[in-house]
Design a protein around this ligand. Structure first.
Ligand code: ADP
Length: 158
């Protein structure tokens, strides 16, 4: 069985990678779908994010990366893969994900969401947290892979 893992990945963190790793053990193949949503005002361009995802997931042989512009349901409708993985951290994630799952299901009833629980180590890791740490020149090696650390340092000149 195949699954997709959508997100903004601005940038990818060890929290995301932990979910990718778990998913890659459960499913035959996992496609990370990098959602291109310019309204989110991302720090990294799509190409930069794509490159960081590729590099930091290359050890997983059944994982690949695609870019999608538009709604998740539009991607799912044109794809044969109907299983969508999301990661869950704290309660705020639950509320947001619950709302999104129910909305998506109304638009695309064949879509099924699968939630994987974060590792305790990554409970508080988010792309925004990593960006904030980088902005002030803090240690990043526990939260993001080396390529992300390097790109963040370049962005913030720290
Ligand atoms: P989006 O804008 O779609 O929420 P993100 O890149 O922020 O995109 O997140 C993509 C998915 O990864 C979401 O399901 C999110 O909950 C999950 N995720 C992000 N950080 C972590 C983490 N530290 N542990 C587990 N899941 C995470």
């Amino acid at each position: 069985m195949k699954a997709i893992y959508p997100g903004s990945f601005d940038p990818i963190t060890y929290g995301h990678i932990d979910i990718v790793k778990r998913a890659s053990k459960i499913f035959d193949s996992v496609t990370i779908v990098l959602m291109n949503n310019p309204r989110k005002n991302p720090l990294f361009s799509i190409d930069e994010r794509f490159k960081m995802i590729k590099e930091s997931t290359k050890e997983f042989k059944n994982v690949n990366v695609k870019v999608h512009t538009g709604l998740l349901v539009q991607y799912v409708k044109t794809s044969s893969v109907k299983i969508v993985i999301r990661g869950l951290r704290a309660l705020e994630d639950f509320e947001y994900e619950f709302e999104m799952a129910l909305t998506n299901r109304q638009m695309c009833p064949e879509l099924e969401m699968v939630y994987l629980m974060t590792d305790l180590k990554y409970l508080f890791v988010s792309s925004s947290m990593v960006k904030e740490i980088a902005q002030f020149g803090g240690e990043l090696n526990k939260w993001a892979p080396p390529i992300v650390e390097k790109e963040l340092r370049k962005k913030f000149q720290r």
